[in-house]
Design a protein around this ligand. Structure first.
Ligand code: SF4
Length: 281
């Protein structure tokens, strides 16, 4: 059996920053995360095991908020949510990934120049909700489907940081085909980290007999890697734990590929790799 692991595994820059800065905070009993800091259950479990708590609903703040600290997740939040947190908590620690913060700043600046923003992304994703909630909401559209826009001639097309480039390109080319813009800006705002993982996913899935893509089922970039892998290797598995691959037979002739999402910790990768190596038929 041969195992090939992607060159880009473990936490990306933004997740690493958020996780490490959270873990080293003192007085964990008085700290809350507003929503999942990152999209990985084992990471969230590790954080909550230290005493840090989590709340999901901005309309239902913890009772002791005024004497507690709250952490803003790596995907960012809306300006309205930030205002509520700042008003109700003793301290707010912002762990928004700087790349997401830059995307918000860039979009705001372009909107202020009179452009209507079209984002290729998933509207319900926290990063997209955060982006929309920091901009003029009537001058932004988040969609995965190319649409004919009414009365919009000055337009800027950007992307969610975790989408794949070929799909983004297909999207903006279609937008240009079905619309008549007098002024158009197209900016590829895909995070480089996710782009590199995508390239590795392509290469490894073309080589392997079986590919294990490790990461949260709610992680957009892990799901993207899985889709890329599945196109080339039908025995691709998107997994979060060993339990999910107990039934998969590993043969000694197999070429095994391993990929991880940007919020997948190395300890999860190591556990799964050990399981694969110890269960060869
Ligand atoms: S994938 Fe990129 S944008 Fe998202 S948290 Fe990681 S470094 Fe930041």
């Amino acid at each position: 059996m041969e195992i090939r692991i992607s060159d880009n595994v473990g936490f990306c820059y933004g997740v690493n920053r958020a996780f490490n800065n959270t873990i080293k905070l003192n007085d964990k009993k008085n700290i809350y995360m507003y929503g999942q800091l990152v999209h990985n259950n084992s990471v969230i479990e590790k954080i909550t095991n230290t005493g840090i708590k989590i709340f999901e609903n901005i309309d239902n703040l913890p009772e002791n908020s005024y004497k507690s600290t709250v952490i803003i997740r790596a995907h960012g939040i809306t300006s309205k949510e930030r205002e509520i947190l700042e008003k109700n908590f003793k301290q707010v620690i912002d762990m928004t990934c700087p790349i997401v913060t830059n995307l918000i700043k860039l979009s705001k600046g372009i909107q202020e120049k009179g452009y209507y923003i079209v984002v290729y992304g998933k509207e319900s994703h926290p990063e997209m909700r955060g982006l929309k909630g920091n901009l003029s909401e009537d001058k932004i559209l988040i969609t995965k489907e190319p649409l004919k826009l009414q009365n919009k001639s000055k337009v800027c097309i950007i992307s969610q940081t975790t989408v794949d480039y070929p799909s983004f390109k297909k999207f903006y080319l279609k937008m240009l085909e079905i619309n008549q813009f007098s002024d158009i800006i197209i900016k590829n705002t895909i995070c480089r980290e996710t782009y590199m993982r995508e390239q590795q996913a392509l290469e490894i899935s073309q080589w392997a007999d079986k590919v294990f893509v490790i990461g949260g089922k709610n992680s957009s970039n892990t799901t993207k890697l899985y889709k890329i892998s599945k196109m080339n290797c039908k025995n691709s598995y998107h997994i979060e734990s060993i339990e999910e691959i107990k039934e998969v037979v590993i043969n000694k002739e197999d070429k095994i590929g391993i990929l991880t999402g940007a919020s997948t910790p190395l300890w999860q990768l190591e556990n799964i790799k050990k399981h694969i190596e110890g269960n060869i038929s």
